[in-house]
Ligand binder design. Sequence first.
Ligand code: NAD
Length: 461
Amino acid sequence: MEKNFDLVVIGAGPAGYVAAIRAAQLGMKVACVEKDKTLGGTCLNVGCIPSKALLESSEIYARTAKELGDHGIQVNGLSLDLQRFMGRKDQVVKRLTGGVAMLFKKNKIEPVLGAAQIHQDKTVVVGDAKLSAKNIILATGSVSANLPGFDVDNERIVDSTGALSLQQIPKKMIVIGGGYIGLEMGSVYSRLGSEVLVLEALDRIVPMMDLELGQAFQKILERQGIQFRLSASVKKGEVHGDSVEVTFETEGKEGKITVDVVLVAVGRKPYTGGLGLKEAGIETDAKGFIAIDEKFQTTLSGVYAVGDCVRGPMLAHKASEEGIAVVESLAGQAGHVNYQAIPAIVYTWPEVASVGMTEEEAKAKGIDYKAFKFPFLANGRALAMGYRDGFVKLIADKKTDRLLGAHILGPRASDMIAEMVLAIEFSASAEDIARTCHAHPTLSEAVKEAALGLGSGTIHI
Ligand code: NAD
């Protein structure tokens, strides 16, 4: 049985499902193929959403245990029911993935569950079904990268998916990789009482972020009890019954540490398995990313690729923007993604959020820049919250005053960064931000103060 569509989207993650919805809104007849049982992709099922649910719950637990006394609140007999803790996360996921299914229904998008194979004549085969389309979008996402010497069994040696559903709180845990997943999931278990050691290959954590911010962030995490070994060369992890012995080298010395659980979080790689790309004439690069032109078109005309399976940061919001850009271009509109204005956030406590150039990038590009840091210590709302760490750091062009980058280490930085993304999108100057009225008392006043610091001077320091 062959069915015809204007657009077939392969993959129902934030790139694919968002593209499918916008395409349907623009009048296209759309099918969306998904190999998993539920819609939503990695983000909704085993990524952004469940990890944020666990971060929220663990934050409440840790703050109740450690900080409520400071507020004059006494809690007796605090305990944790891990099953309910995990169950809440599953409910959040169920609600959201179900929400995508409802949106598909509302927009008359045909969900096709099964693994897709693409053919050169722009047909997509899913089991017995054959879908032909004027255009196809590949949005097949990514999977966790392997680490030689570590066999992920998702019990003792886990990847990001396994880390979302541990049956017991590990007494000791090693996290390999000090990036997004390592620090978020490391924080979750550290808050629940695990002794967490992060082994990072580079000489710094969060390598994608501003260096100064990363260093300050590491100090805060260390105060929370997370330990770090940087420039670590991790050799192997051997499971012996209920424990894992991890062999690694730092400063030329080999060490072995035995822990209950090892989380491998050393990045992700594009996933295009079983699609039949080569046979269809769709090229991939040396790292497995689907090759695309500036309009997201692959080497097969009428077939586009977006999200984690193409180059660029593996972030859900970048993926969605790309999906929308392709669909709007197909509908004759001006689809466009501004890669200078893609925020990046680590959802720990405090949060780390960043957009645009880091100071190192500005230096490397030979830009005549100015930078200013405003500490939350001098922000009234932060003090009222009991928060004293972190800062807002802004980088602007020295001559034009145009904002080049913003880097925030502080509570709810994920929400505050939106203003900075907008500023970069609108090519705002630091003075534009400084002259904008920010409500008092809010954390966002630190943004205004940092912008004032780049120009006429701060008020509160
Ligand atoms: P990552 O790229 O953020 O971090 C991986 C870290 O592992 C890096 O610091 C890297 O230097 C280190 N590393 C690499 N090889 C190593 C080795 N052999 N030994 C020790 N350290 C090693 O990757 P991730 O944390 O696995 O996350 C994967 C992707 O998922 C990221 O690209 C990210 O975009 C996405 N993600 C985003 C969020 C978010 O937006 N908050 C959350 C989770 C995941």
